[in-house]
Design a protein around this ligand. Structure first.
Ligand code: G3P
Ligand code: CA
Length: 332
């Protein structure tokens, strides 16, 4: 965590900004002042490509996203791979692989039991035989079955190669179910930090936010690193009851920002919620999710209106499945 970070922003701004005074002796990562909301490509340009594939991330970069967002789970041998869910049936063609039929099993999750194929039961070599599918009803399936499941290292290689080509795009990884992974011997924090280090992400001046719904891993990362951290907030009462959504003052002691469900930033049309106002007063960045062209937020007549309202409200960034639209509205 770092106070007053403001991570990012665009390459041209980095070139003309004065360095921030050292307020944190651990600081090693580049700090640049943010002057406009960031566009975070949620699962890549996932509205137009199967999510969490190199092709989805690359298309987001092509559209001008400031950050790409890989959700991370782990394979059997502890390799970080980009998937939104630990289960594989909705976003891959695993069901079409007879060799894995017997691998399907029922698992109890905090949201009920589910019979499925689980990433942690597969080696990376097996995961690499799968191909990605579009999991959202109503979206194009034209690319289904074509793209592989990338490792986190491969996603980092993408932003690294973009940086080497002079295009700085940030990386915004989310640890999915870190408590569960740790309970089966697959702690995520170490491999995540090692991957960022090994890939020379700080040296390449690639902006990073690390996010999670689970405070424990963020507290751990805060003790072990200086990367900016974001506490995700769903607003689900079950999450609060489980201690996953601490008070904002507590969050501000280990994180630099919040990633709230977009419903949580409003108290009414055009009016900020208490959560939004308190987060601002604590100096926390606010990155709501998820803005979708094909699923416009309640109370808005178009996604453009929704995005414009969020930017007027003063969010510091938005997670969106359609980065081109968000960029167009932000840059008006
Ligand atoms: O990480 C921000 C947002 O993506 C959280 O929701 O479920 O899409 O990962 P989810
Ligand atoms: Ca996410």
């Amino acid at each position: 965590m770092r106070h007053f970070i403001s991570v990012f922003i665009l390459g041209w701004l980095a070139a003309c900004s004065a360095p921030e005074p050292a307020s944190d002796t651990q600081s090693q990562q580049p700090v640049v002042e943010q002057v406009r909301p960031i566009i975070i490509a949620h699962r890549g340009a996932s509205g137009d490509r199967p999510e969490h594939t190199i092709e989805a991330y690359a298309f987001a970069i092509e559209q001008g996203a400031d950050f790409i967002e890989p959700d991370l789970v782990m394979t059997k041998e502890g390799v970080l791979i980009a998937r939104h869910d630990r289960y594989l049936s909705t976003s891959t063609d695993v069901a079409n692989h007879p060799e894995f039929a017997a691998r399907k099993r029922k698992v109890e999750t905090p949201f009920g039991s589910r019979e499925d194929w689980w990433a942690e039961d597969f080696t990376l070599a097996e995961i690499k035989t799968l191909r990605a599918l579009q999991p959202f009803p109503g979206r194009s399936t034209e690319f289904d079955g074509q793209f592989k499941i990338p490792t986190f290292d491969e996603v980092l290689e993408l932003v690294k190669s973009e940086a080497e080509a002079g295009r700085i795009v940030g990386i915004y990884p989310e640890t999915k179910s870190p408590g569960h992974h740790k309970s089966i011997g697959l702690a995520m924090a170490g491999p995540l930090l090692e991957a960022l280090d090994n890939m020379g992400i700080a040296g390449a001046e690639i902006p990073v936010f690390i996010q999670s719904f689970e405070p424990d891993i963020l507290r751990d990362l805060n003790n072990r690193s200086d990367w900016p951290l974001v506490q995700l907030l769903s607003g689900d009462p079950r999450a609060k009851a489980a201690g996953l959504e601490p008070p904002l003052a507590d969050i501000a002691s280990y994180a630099d920002g919040i990633g709230p469900n977009k419903l949580l930033v409003w108290s009414g049309p055009g009016a900020p919620s208490d959560l939004f106002s308190e987060a601002k007063s604590l100096g926390l960045s606010i990155h709501p999710w998820t803005i979708r062209d094909d699923r416009v937020g309640i109370g808005f007549s178009s996604v453009e209106e929704e995005l414009a309202a969020l930017f007027t409200l003063g969010v510091d960034g938005v997670f969106t499945d359609f980065p081109a639209t968000a960029k167009q509205v932000r840059d008006l």
